[in-house]
Design a protein around this ligand. Structure first.
Ligand code: ADP
Ligand code: MG
Length: 476
């Protein structure tokens, strides 16, 4: 029997605001000392009243506009009632019937809704015979995005989550770092036999929580798919439940039977005002759209059109926002017309832009990896990098020389022209200089030189390489 896997994702992201969702305690996900960013409101003391964080609402609406979704005109907050030590009021303020955002699409995946709620406190249970609760996180604005059940593989789910993370970073609404728990993914997974009857009915789903990396998202879905198929094949039934992901065992495990939404006794929070979005001019779609930065997919298209970059380079410059800016700033300093600015392309300008792109994604990125330096820590000025590229393109330095200069620039910054002068790296075509080098290479490698004379053509490459080494990249 063949099976179809169906997945719907629920993704939470902590919003980057100054203060928490319903009080003015600091929203600081980096805080290491427990229980310092707290107040009677986020501790749920009796008699306190919440007030809505306008910036958080605006950020969710912005996400909605970017997704091409429908923004609510009427919206409200609901109480989701349950008892747990990390939820001091006995309920979480969330949204149920009237989310801020409905519909939209990302990476070809239909979005059901995006709503706003408050994060819970953080419990630690690995302390022995008691548990600890840190309320710094309690009340941090939390966006929840829910997709339709239209994803069909673990890799597709991971790709979606990656693209959402990128979007949230571009919009500046969340840092969405999964390792830090700023973005958390839950995967609802079901399988259904593909029968000849073409029944569209989906199988019973299990919801997998604690997915803290894209790898975990993918692996958990693959594992869960296989587990469910094995159950059905052996004549058993999949039960609707919440499962955890065990990173060490690379397995999902049962946590609890799934609660239904009526278990939560949702009702509108009487302490908070209803929202009539059209009453707030700042929240109009036109206004929000004006504030949107260039979005990842728009950037990809522009990089392709303007510079004719290859997909791999486009993806690197889109994923690493700072490196992308660096590239564009280098191109500005090259002072060439964008190749397609006038609908055509000149091979010279294309050539030098692609040369710059190649040096960034291979040589510069190589050094960054080797020395564990991020794009935000680069010492090289784009104008100096552009100069280096021009010198290489004009033959003032050899490609080997350029790599040496780049290494120095990488460690210390500086003007490549001066570095070349200082280190004597300028390329030379001086006959007698090169002749001396060539003679020395032949003297040092008599057998290889003999091989070449006997007709072994590629022996020459080795000899040229030795010559470049001996001349420290100077010989042309
Ligand atoms: P619940 O009420 O159990 O939370 P929802 O209908 O709200 O269920 O859906 C929660 C998530 O589960 C959504 O992302 C949705 O796309 C997904 N989902 C719903 N039914 C299925 C199914 N049969 N298989 C896989 N995912 C599903
Ligand atoms: Mg749910």
């Amino acid at each position: 029997m063949n099976y179809k896997t169906t997945i719907g994702l629920e993704i939470h992201a902590e919003l980057k605001t100054k203060t928490k969702m319903f009080c003015d305690s600091k929203n600081d996900t980096e805080e290491k000392i427990p229980n310092v960013n707290i107040c009677p409101i986020c501790l749920g003391h009796p008699g306190t009243l919440p007030a809505i964080n306008k910036e958080a609402v605006k950020k969710v609406l912005k996400v909605g506009v970017a997704l091409g979704a429908e923004l609510a005109d009427f919206s409200e907050f609901d109480r989701k009632n349950y008892f747990y030590p990390d939820i001091p009021k006995g309920y979480q303020i969330s949204q149920y019937k009237h989310p801020l955002v409905k519909g939209g699409e990302l990476n070809g995946v239909k979005i059901t809704r995006v709503h706003l709620e408050e994060d819970t406190a953080k419990s630690s249970h690995d302390t022995g015979d008691y548990s600890l609760v840190d309320f710094n996180r309690a009340g941090i604005p939390l966006m929840e995005l829910v997709t339709e059940p239209v994803i069909h593989s673990g890799s597709e789910a991971a790709e979606f989550a990656k693209e959402l993370q990128l979007l949230l970073c571009y919009l500046g609404v969340s840092d969405a770092n999964m390792e830090k728990g700023e973005m958390r993914v839950e995967a609802n997974v079901s399988v259904s036999p593909i029968s000849n009857l073409k029944s569209e009915k989906l199988g019973i789903k299990a919801e997998v929580k604690n997915l803290n990396s894209f790898k975990a998202v993918e692996r958990a879905i693959v594992y869960e798919t296989e587990r469910q198929i094995a159950l059905i094949e052996s004549g058993e039934k999949v039960i609707q439940e919440t499962r955890g992901w065990d990173e060490n065992k690379q397995k999902t495990f049962s946590q609890r039977l799934k609660e239904e939404s009526h278990d939560y006794r949702y009702f509108p929070d009487p302490d908070l005002p209803k929202l009539k979005i059209s009453d707030i001019p700042e929240f109009s779609e036109t206004n929000l759209r004006k504030e949107l930065p260039e979005l990842p997919w728009e950037k990809r298209e522009r990089l392709k059109k303007e510079f004719g970059l290859k997909d791999e380079a486009i993806e690197i410059f889109t994923q690493d926002i700072v490196l992308g800016k660096f590239f564009e700033s280098v191109v500005n300093n090259l002072e060439v017309e964008p190749p397609n600015a006038f609908g055509g392309s000149t091979s010279k300008s294309t050539g030098i832009v692609l040369l710059a792109s190649n040096y960034i994604i291979s040589d510069l990125s190589g050094l960054m990896k080797e020395k564990n330096i991020s794009s935000g820590e680069l010492k090289i000025e784009p104008k100096d990098f552009a100069k280096l590229i021009k010198m290489a393109a004009d033959g003032e330095i050899s490609s080997r020389g350029a790599k040496d200069v780049l290494k120095i620039m990488f460690d210390e910054g500086g003007d490549p022209e001066e570095i070349v002068k200082e280190k004597g790296l300028a390329q030379t075509s001086d006959d007698s200089f090169i002749k001396n080098i060539a003679e020395e290479v032949i003297k040092n490698n008599p057998t290889v030189a003999e091989d070449y004379k006997k007709g072994k053509g590629n022996a020459l490459q080795f000899l040229v390489g030795q010559g470049m080494k001996l001349s420290r990249g100077k010989a042309n």
